[in-house]
Design a protein around this ligand. Sequence first.
Ligand code: UGA
Length: 430
Amino acid sequence: MKVAVIGTGYVGLVTGVVLAELGNDVVCVDNDPEKIDKLRNGIPPIYEPGVEEMLKSGLRDGFLSISDSIREATRASEIVFIAVGTPPGDDGTPDLTAVRAVAAEIGKAIDKYTVVVNKSTVPVGSGELVETIIAEQGADRSSFDVVSNPEFLREGSAIYDTLNPDRIVIGAKSRDAAVKLVELYAPIEKPMIITDLESAEMIKYASNSLLATKISFINAISRLCELTGANVADVAKGVGADNRIGPQFLGAGLGWGGSCFPKDVQGLIKISERYGYDFRLLREAWNINSDQTQHFLRRIESRLGSLADKNIALLGLAFKPNTDDIRFAKSLEIIEYILERGGNVAAYDPVAAEHVKDLYPSVTYVDSVYEVSDQADALVLVTEWNEFKQIDLDRLGGPMRQRLLFDGRRVYSKQLAERAGFEYFTVGSS
Ligand code: UGA
């Protein structure tokens, strides 16, 4: 099939390269000349395992091309995906500026029947909005249909998730448009849920909000575990073994960050407000999440007496492993807190340091993990990168002023840390 994908962020680029890999004729569109240049040379503007290989092979084999023209891409395609960003506005409401602009361009370009697919996470009702904008540009109502096809991929495993989704959600008013998407995704051989536009849009917000709430719930339990002497890992194991609950997203830690959960939880709270419903459960999930890192920081501060002039070494900066994304990363909150109280920060991350440098130039960024602990008063594990899991703790502790380890992601065990001479603190156990 001939497909256009507008927007080459995580969702757009991954969708584009995967659809090309499946043998479709795909054109990826962006309006950023720097990105276009990189993409044409096979360099993805984001760090995501597997994307570079697929981008290169798509370009080489002729299934994938890169363009800066929405008009040309729309005219060359049967299906046009809108996959541009919908960042939170000042009050948390998703900002649809980019979606509106792209819809208008598509509306001007349509010259034959085209299925326009909203892949960006957009508030309920946005499908209708896109339809109205396209029609306002003069496109005949019978020459297009709008479909909502939300994305469930996770950063860090985006290619795998796109090829192996638990379900594919297709929301459409028109049967023909839904069938077109069913045909496109048929090679993936996964269950498809066909519904109306509004329900598809709501499925995305509800899924992310429920997952975020699940993590907040286990983090609230982690607080109780710390107080009662229970161990949250064992509790999560026991709770998650119930099929109705499931073991995933019960990992207690510093809480959720990234570009999706904070944005979508906030977004759904705002959408609810707009309809006059106070989504208290979700507001509390948000509050628990905000408090989780602050509570951990207070524990660090209390053990050190004060953070003034203390050297704190951070392992990891990305919001989670296998990505260089630092949006809503807990590392930022931690750096801010320590610097505000007169402490010094050294940090190591395999890929994300570049992005943090501009925000916090006073932090010392090192190129290898064993450099980070030099003269440190405490080591704080922020992101659970694989390379930290088998690390030689004794070697890491060697150049430290004192061996204190604060494990924000429950990567190590008390026993392991104590064997290396560390005093060990983690989330959810005393
Ligand atoms: C999330 C969803 O998982 C995807 O299904 C969705 O498509 C995506 O948002 C999106 O809306 O685009 P993502 O933000 O990439 O994906 O990452 P996750 O792996 O879901 O992690 C989100 C946050 O939760 C991270 O900060 C992670 O550290 C935290 N987390 C996750 C926990 O604290 N505990 C867990 O058990 C799992």
